[in-house]
Design a protein around this ligand. Structure first.
Ligand code: MN3
Length: 239
């Protein structure tokens, strides 16, 4: 066993306790009773591409409603409510008929928005490392990805999402989903996605969804995406 000096021990213990706290708070996001995760940055951080008012309403009201409705759907099913959300969504067939649609819509909404806040931030820059290599290999490079992703977002009729999924083998794929559906429902991992519900952009962009889709790339947090990609590869990426 390696000998640790006191400083090494304290640093290790501090790292461990930070880890436990992070895991505990993540547990309340990712398994029930579900909690609304706070935004990790001020609501005006994504200005001018996404305005603060849109972020406040989107997070504090829309996402909060998905969380509340999900907990409400599960209130009479304590065993189900304790399961990780990822597990529930990947096995919607085992959710009782009477609550399945409510769990699909609101569980999907909670998972999608939890991901969404994480993949944004004071953006800029470009993908690097393994992620850049995967984008070049599977999606034809960043420029082609952005074109195809924006076209897919424009092509969602009504409300929905456009996602890039990551397989355990690292392979990336572009997919659309209606409503609050998510590739998690097909057992896939979501690297990132953009919300093309009108509530995500209407205050600033009105009906110009294409302008919103283009502007959104300015707030993509590439470092967060690289971290998510590393977790997808080692099987620890959750929502
Ligand atoms: Mn939304």
């Amino acid at each position: 066993m390696p000998t640790l000096n006191r400083r090494g021990f304290l640093a290790g213990a501090a790292a461990l306790s930070t880890c436990v706290i992070a895991d505990r708070s993540w547990g309340q996001v990712a398994s029930g009773p579900f909690k609304l995760p706070p935004l990790a940055y001020p609501a005006d951080s994504l200005e001018p591409h996404i305005d603060a008012r849109t972020m406040e309403i989107h997070h504090d009201r829309h996402h909060a409603a998905y969380v509340n409705n999900l907990n409400d759907a599960l209130k009479d099913y304590p065993d189900l409510a304790k399961r990780p959300l990822r597990d529930i969504l990947a096995n919607l067939g085992s959710v009782p008929d009477s609550i399945r649609t409510k769990v699909r819509n609101n569980g999907g909404g909670h998972a999608n928005h939890t991901m969404f806040w994480q993949v944004m931030g004071k953006g800029g820059g470009e993908p690097g490392g393994q992620l850049k290599a995967a984008i070049d290999r599977d999606l034809g490079g960043l420029e082609k990805l952005q074109q195809d992703f924006n076209a897919a977002g424009l092509g969602v009729f009504g409300s929905g999402w456009v996602f890039v999924t990551a397989g355990r083998d690292g392979k990336l794929a572009l997919v659309q989903r209606p409503n609050q559906d998510t590739p998690l429902m097909d057992g896939q991992s979501v690297l990132f996605g953009n919300d093309v519900w009108e509530h995500a952009y209407y205050l600033k962009y009105q009906n110009r969804r294409g302008d919103y889709l283009k502007a959104w790339w300015n707030v993509v947090n590439w470092q967060a995406l690289e971290d998510r990609y590393a977790r997808a590869l080692n099987g620890s990426l959750d929502l």
